[in-house]
Design a protein around this ligand. Structure first.
Ligand code: DC
Length: 217
């Protein structure tokens, strides 16, 4: 059976670098489910769909074909055959993704696709997101809930994006967390059987080593 490692947690907790590092170390595949919600959002903006109109998003999203490449050294994401790995990190998509990710039809479509990719993975796969341990892969062999102090998270995101105002970044992250945690369908939540890893005072390599050790237990 495929060995699944679920890594959930809020934005900026270091999930992506950590998940890729864990997957590379273990020789596993890697799936960034946030990139899938972002790619769906890109496709909505591309079609001129109002992302706050849940019905419009629900019907337009059914036509979108997403493809995720699961090599941790070179993850890829396509929407309708277009490589969207760069535009999905831009402000436009980042500002519109939360409402798109609240639409139940979108979540159903993406969860189906995520389960298919997990089933196809040979050996093992590290899957990062918000609802992996709770909804997508409740039978995962290891569930990690990765957290970090909000100030540290904001500092990290500001550094990554070259933004100077870390306080504004902290507020933006807090707003996204609130939307992600309070939505009705599959909110950001810690699975009961998840192990909490707090990366605030750890280096990236230390966090990776901790999770690899948990996986090998
Ligand atoms: O991890 P990220 O910042 O790339 O996620 C982008 C958005 O997608 C974020 O608002 C939360 C949402 N998301 C989700 O609802 N469920 C997931 N499994 C992954 C991400």
């Amino acid at each position: 059976m495929t060995h699944v490692i679920a890594i959930d947690g809020p934005s900026g907790s270091g999930k992506s670098s950590t998940s890729r590092g864990v997957a590379s170390t273990l020789g596993y595949a890697y799936l960034d489910t946030g990139a899938m919600y972002r790619a769906m959002t890109w496709a909505m903006l591309q079609r001129g769909v109002d992302v706050h109109d849940a019905e419009a998003v629900a019907s337009a999203s059914a036509e979108v074909v997403l493809a995720s490449g699961t090599d941790p050294q070179h993850p890829t994401i396509e929407a309708d055959g277009v490589d969207v790995s760069e535009p999905i990190r831009g402000d436009e998509v980042t500002g519109a993704v939360s409402p798109v990710a609240t639409v139940p039809e979108v979540r159903r479509q993406l969860v189906d696709l995520q389960r298919k990719l997990i089933a196809e993975a040979v050996g093992g796969i590290v899957v990062e997101g918000r609802d992996i341990g709770t909804v997508v892969a409740p039978d995962a062999s290891l569930k990690v809930y990765l957290v970090a102090d909000p100030v540290a998270r904001a500092r990290r995101r500001a550094l990554e994006l070259g933004v100077e105002d870390a306080e504004a970044m902290r507020e933006a992250l807090a707003r996204r967390d609130a939307i992600d945690s309070n939505r009705k369908t599959a909110p950001l939540a810690q699975a009961e059987d998840a192990i909490v890893v707090d990366g605030t005072d750890m280096t990236l390599d230390e966090v990776i080593d901790r999770i690899v050790a948990l996986a090998q237990r």
